[in-house]
Design a protein around this ligand. Structure first.
Ligand code: GUN
Ligand code: FE
Length: 533
């Protein structure tokens, strides 16, 4: 069938008549192009793929495969607050809504039952990899265990918070927070390991680093809620394990930035507070970054940390509009996050749309007062996160195009998670994390007899027993009825039989939803979707 994937920040590749092989370890073994459907068996034989254990899945008309969506920032214990609390900005929202909700997760039964439903819904939305925040409690182990059982690829973090919060939702000391964190990390590493890695998966074994789908990630909530002693201890944990990731919030909202800066009067910036404890590393994920200075962006680029862009939340909590184009122009890695329940939608499709709107907002607001080019000694060319050298200011010259948004949602997220060599697009040797998308599109022949958006039967008939529309159609045109109904039957997407894959794909990104996801795969295994293969 058809494959769609990002190959760079500016290029989407569409491969029609593709034959993609996934081995028993879930690793992509081959991607053959231009294989007509009649030649599939022949080609498989030539590749040595024969026998009863080879399963062939033929995609139907209108279907395509794309890489799984990567949510680089969200909070599992906040989902029950989704959509509630329009009146607040960040700090009041945390105190009045979020911390009370998270404090309930001290109860393991409540935690287990809630996390079960949350992870299920997020998988259904097409999120194959998720960077989760839990709470300060060790019940966060349940969240990791549930992701593991359901087969989602996940980085799951127990929050660290030992200051500036309400007494009912704060750890009793830096020491206690660190001891619990070590306990938590050990648990996830030991109990959420992938059970089955066949020896045939040679490509898989050659990699370095942990192979588990579910891994722990250090999660100091933000500088405001973590003492120096705590952040120092977390930095020491990172020093001992180069594969251990860290996620936190940075420069999201004006009042938050002011508070954080007041805690570090001698430091030049908010980002510098993390940096002094060596928390900015190549596998650190920084959420929001709406209010970064140029120097902070430079520091983040130097440390090779990545930024999780959470536009839904930035709009909803009135935080502002992150300057994603500038980040990309500086060569910083960027991915997308939902930041629920700061954000409002379960999945990353919504983040793609908001990221587009956010970038258009910037272009719009600067139409009358264009920014001055930052040419003062700045390089005229820069290497972007995808390794391609582009003229400086390339991304800031316009809003983010569809190709870039798609990259951020897939390969960009993979880069943030330090998993670029494992997931993000359909390259031989990477693991098969994918969405099988059904669009309802069909060939003209198949489309004859489609029900259309609303069945004619339900629209009522006139007194003579004839449909009013039948009469009108005849009266208004002499054309012969070709039997083709233009609107496909999928309720989530309006497509015509003859639309190009490029158009249908863009429409899916901007209007599709989980009704279009026939199957959700992680490491070759179906873990969700409305149908089966
Ligand atoms: N900053 C610190 N904690 C949070 C949180 O839970 N959500 C958001 N959006 N920002 C934060
Ligand atoms: Fe957040």
């Amino acid at each position: 069938g058809t494959l769609v994937h990002a190959v760079s920040l500016t290029e989407t590749e569409y491969i029609q008549d593709a034959l993609l092989g996934v081995d028993e370890a879930g690793v992509i073994a081959f991607v053959e192009k231009e294989v007509p459907s009649g030649q599939v068996e022949e080609r498989l034989q030539a590749l040595g793929w024969t026998g009863a254990d080879v399963q062939v899945v033929r995609m139907r008309t209108g279907e395509f495969l794309m890489p799984g969506l990567i949510d680089t920032h969200t909070h599992a214990p906040q989902f029950l607050n989704l959509g509630y609390g329009q009146q607040y900005e960040l700090l009041d929202w945390l105190d009045n809504l979020t911390f009370p909700a998270e404090s309930k997760f001290a109860d393991p039964q409540y935690a287990r039952r809630t996390y079960e439903g949350v992870v299920e819904r997020v998988i259904s939305a097409g999120t194959t990899t998720c960077c989760w925040y839990g709470t300060i409690h060790l019940t966060t182990k349940l969240l990791a265990a549930i992701c593991h059982r359901k087969g989602q690829r996940a980085f799951v973090g127990k929050c660290n918070m030992d200051r500036n919060s309400a007494p009912y939702y704060q750890e009793e000391s830096a020491q206690k927070s660190l001891v619990d964190t070590e306990d938590y990390v050990k648990f996830v590493q030991q109990h959420c390991d992938s059970p089955f890695l066949p020896s045939s998966a040679v490509s898989y074994k050659r990699r370095t680093g942990p192979t588990s789908l579910v891994q722990p990630i250090l999660t100091p909530r933000f500088a405001i809620s973590c003492s120096d002693e705590l952040m120092q201890g977390l930095g020491e944990m990172l020093d001992k394990d180069e594969h251990l990731r860290l996620q936190t919030h940075l420069a999201e909202n004006p009042a938050e930035v002011e508070f954080a800066r007041s805690l570090y009067p001698s430091l030049p910036s908010y980002a510098a507070a993390y940096d002094q404890f060596r928390l900015l590393r190549h596998n650190t994920i920084l959420a929001h970054c709406v209010l970064l200075s140029h120097d902070e962006m430079t520091l983040i680029r130097q440390r090779e940390s990545g930024i999780s862009h959470c536009p839904n939340s930035n709009f909803n909590l009135r935080s502002g509009v992150a300057r994603v184009a500038d980040m990309l122009d500086m060569g910083i890695k960027v991915g997308l996050g939902t930041d629920n329940s700061g954000g409002l939608a379960l999945g990353i499709l919504s983040a793609i749309r908001s990221a587009s709107t956010a970038s258009k907002t910037i272009v719009f607001s600067e139409r009358d007062a264009p920014r001055k080019p930052t040419s003062n000694g700045a390089a005229t060319e820069i290497r972007s996160a995808d390794g391609i050298t582009r003229p400086s200011g390339f991304f800031a010259s316009s809003h983010l195009p569809v190709e870039t948004l798609f990259y951020l949602a897939t390969l960009g997220g993979a880069q943030l998670c330090d998993l670029e060599d494992r997931i993000g697009n359909f390259v031989v040797g990477k693991e098969f994390d994918a969405l099988l998308v059904q669009t309802g599109q069909a060939s003209e022949e198949e489309a004859k007899g489609w029900a259309g958006g609303v069945s004619k039967d339900r629209l009522g008939e006139n007194v003579s027993g004839k449909s009013v529309e039948d009469e009108l159609e005849r009266a208004l045109s002499g054309a012969k009825d070709d039997g083709v109904v233009p609107i496909g039957p999928n309720p989530a997407l309006l497509v015509e039989p003859d639309e190009s894959i490029e158009r249908v794909f863009e429409k899916f990104l901007f209007t599709g939803d989980d009704r279009n996801l026939r199957a959700v795969f992680v490491r070759g295994r179906q873990i969700g979707g409305v149908g089966s293969v």
